[in-house]
Design a protein around this ligand. Sequence first.
Ligand SMILES: *Cc1c(COP(=O)(O)O)cnc(C)c1O
Length: 447
Amino acid sequence: MHRLLADPSLVAMASEVGAAAVKTAADAVLGDARARIAAGDEVTPSLEALAARVRAHVEGVRAGDFIGVVNATGILLHTNLGRAPLASQALEAIAALGGYSNLEFDLTTGARGSRHGHVTPSLRALTGAEDALIVNNCAAAVLLALDSFARGREVVVARNSSIEVGGGFRLPDVLARSGARLVEVGTTNRVQIEDFAKALTPRTALLLRTHPSNFRMEGFVSDVLPRDLAALGRRAGILTFEDLGNGALVDLRAFGLARERTVIDAIADGMDLVAFSGDKLLGGPQAGIVVGKRAPIARMLANPLMRALRVDKSTLAALGATLRLYRDPGCIREIPIYAMLAQTIEQLRERAGSIATFPGIEARKVTVVESQAFAGGGTLPLSAIPSVALCIEASGVAPGEIVRLLRACRPPIVGRVQGGNVLLDLRSFAPVCDTAVARSLASILGS
Ligand SMILES: *Cc1c(COP(=O)(O)O)cnc(C)c1O
């Protein structure tokens, strides 16, 4: 190590980016080389070759390569960290496509096929809906629905549904952009079915309901039952659309969370169209899924905008594989977010204990503490999930500096600073990451 760090190119680099960043990279490179040598994959590389790898490593970190990170924030669906991690079955499904695939090719007839056809049977079976389509994300699904049915017409929305979900998605703005006119009914806290009934005109195209993703209202509140809204739409011959957002397909109480409205509930309530994200509580790739009645889905599929909003083959492969896991209730825990939610406090404590006592980590520097994790991704804002974290204390080193060093590791580790301490929450990363986390901590705390 000291010979490597004395290499003139690395000394120069250290004066530019800091000795710690170079040391961290050197640790990773040497660790990797040792493992390869031990596995017989490599003969001992020269000092020059190792120095070059360290330089590439530091440059890679600086260049902001698109790479995997360890999510130790405790936020399971962290939008900045890519929301839902994919199941290994989903990753394998992408790899299995190889170069070409039958994306839009019917292998029986040899004629053109539908890219949606690969996942609609699963979606129908899982949700009870007649048909389904997939677009780039839930925001695109809402835009497509509004463009297909409501351009130049009116959309009736309760004031409690006129929401912003973050990341620039504000329902009134999306509506305005689609050329639909927003008709708000009720008050911020209370709305009744009569409010909707009174707002109907010959120009009404859609009755819209949105999930209050990242906020909750309490106290003197009342809402319209979705089933009553669906019934009103049916009586009046007006489409009902529910923007469900998180797209839970299972009862979350089985995972220690509050009961969330599921896609199955929305279809059973009689909503004509239900839109949700693929990468929130579904635990799949980024996508916007619309399920519902056959005729309106067909109309959306025929919209020229569909061509601009359609998804890539890898998205469909990953989504199809994720949905297959739901078809066997025993496999749901293989979906990473559900695997993470299903971990017991004892399991988390045991993992934390092994990391904290990893060779090279001094006892006092890393302690195991109680923590609170959250589902994140604009879902279940009030449901804190009991968790366990590693609390890192390096005397004389500011928390901000520790989190910076953690981000410079390979893979980078993203933790959180809380009450002047750096916390690494165990619930939001998989046990396969534990050794990498332990090695990186030993390296950082040892220097
Ligand atoms: C998250 C969310 C969206 C946006 O979903 P994306 O897939 O990120 O586009 C839209 N509506 C609701 C209610 C949401 O919760």
